[in-house]
Ligand binder design. Sequence first.
Ligand code: ADP
Ligand code: MG
Length: 599
Amino acid sequence: MTEDQQIRLLPPELQNQIAAGEVVERPSSVLKELVENALDAGATRIRVQIRDGGQSSIVVSDNGQGIAEHELELAVTRHATSKLQSLQDLQDIRSFGFRGEALPSIASVSRFRIASARDDGDGSALEVLHGRILRQDKTAMPRGTTVEINDLFSNVPARLKFLKTPATENRKCAELVARIALANPHVDFEFLNAERSVHRFLAGQELAQRLHTVWPPDVVEALYAVSFEDAQLRIHGLIGDPAMAQARPDRILVYVNRRPVQDKTMLAAIREAYRGRILGKEYPQAVIFLEVPPDEVDVNVHPAKTEVRFQDESAIFRAVRRAVLQALERESHHTPPAEYAEPMVISQLHAALPIMERSVSVSAPSSESGTKREDLSFDQAWPEKFASSTAAQRLFETTDHAYEHTAQPTPRAQSVAVPALRYLGQFAQTYLILASGDEITLIDQHAAHERVLFNMLRASGSRGDRSPLLMPIEIPLHPAQLAAVQEIWTKLDGLGFSLEIVPGPTLLLRSVPALLTQTKAREFLQDVLSDKATTMDDLWAVMACKAAIKAGDTLTADEALALVDAWQRLPEKNFCPHGRPVALRWGVSDLEKMFKRRS
Ligand code: ADP
Ligand code: MG
């Protein structure tokens, strides 16, 4: 056996350098470890300064409890930690750190100095170069700790090569500090790039105030509060208005017990809650804090501690989705404006609106007085009112039986007062303009009709009305389409198609859904087969889209009113089945802002 093959214990510097590969990937990961140490030390003020994207220098100072002079050397020794003593502790972690490897790892790949004092004026400083301790001296400093990293990765050229431009590394550092600051509102954070102050978070700010520093104002001004609690866990935070959804997922921040994590379960739950409210390619904004008992989550999955493992992953998924959904639903049935909050007598309402061309709310039984807005009975006004309306016939022909199902409002919808809307006209043959007491609303006629039809179809389930054809329609099929048709055969039947396959292969349509013309029915099948729509929801969405009036269709006032009225009664009305918004609203105060009457 040659000498080379002997098994030897690695020298500690080398052990640390190897560990550093996992813990410290880039300047922002160094920063994360240092800032988390400061938080673990109970700091209420943390100051961070970096230069050249952190590569030439990172300095983190805190006013935490400090490290005693005789323990300073231990702090940079691997597996030395003050935060964990037993295996029992490992199952119940309440600090950010616990592995005792961050400082030694960082010190092994940089020129490193740590100065610390447990009491004002009484400090000690230790210098380390690439893992070797150089010296330790007394130093005068206030209580707290300052860690200074210079020339990061100067002895690991391979790592250096992986760093991005200083501008990118800067941005990652700034994001990291902000991300931690969002979860620690009681701590004052300052982040400087060279001499320039990038972030300043004052102690005691609320989450929304901190977000103002990092997100655009229009996003922050339209945030909804999330708040959910059960026996096992608590979920809180803020989420963005679906109308503000964006193309990138970079404003979804999740935390477990205040630890910033990349957790797939939570991310998936948030997206799932927004499904149907935003487009498939869009992402919402969200800052979600999950608090669970420490023994139900394993944070020791990876040295960087950005992954966690939950004992009951599906319970977490359901709870997060529910919490976000509740916040979204609460907002979309948003509390009526103050002047409508009190149940109001209809006749008073009329008096309050001088120009009463056509008020949609009058669809309620128009008793003289004493009818409170909340008493509006949906089933009384519906569907009889439209059974006689020719306007409604054009929009909702052939579907009155399906209507009875949608006409049953959900209990929640019933409790929401519907503000009176005045129809002012159609714009660009696409948008309906409506006004209520203190809001102006634009409705996309196609999206609104799509939503109404979708709900109708869903309510009628797989009992779709069919119109038989005298002459069957023939649609030639690709062999691949043949399989696709067979897969959804029973669903198509439920929608109202009577199908047959004859050699060719060719699809024969003997009846089509009552809602669709022959041309639309053909288009529907082509779309469904090429988009691979397979679920009932997908199929209803395509059908609603095909059957709905289009942008560019001129509507009479009666038709517009019938549409708005039907749409207004839906329990979920703010988004079309594809997730596009149906209505845009501006309140008086929004207009005042836009006209700069008010700042
Ligand atoms: P861990 O955080 O996993 O314990 P570290 O290597 O990050 O390991 O730190 C080692 C130890 O040094 C910590 O357990 C703590 O006692 C001490 N320490 C590090 N940074 C600070 C700080 N800013 N203030 C007080 N003590 C600190
Ligand atoms: Mg640590």
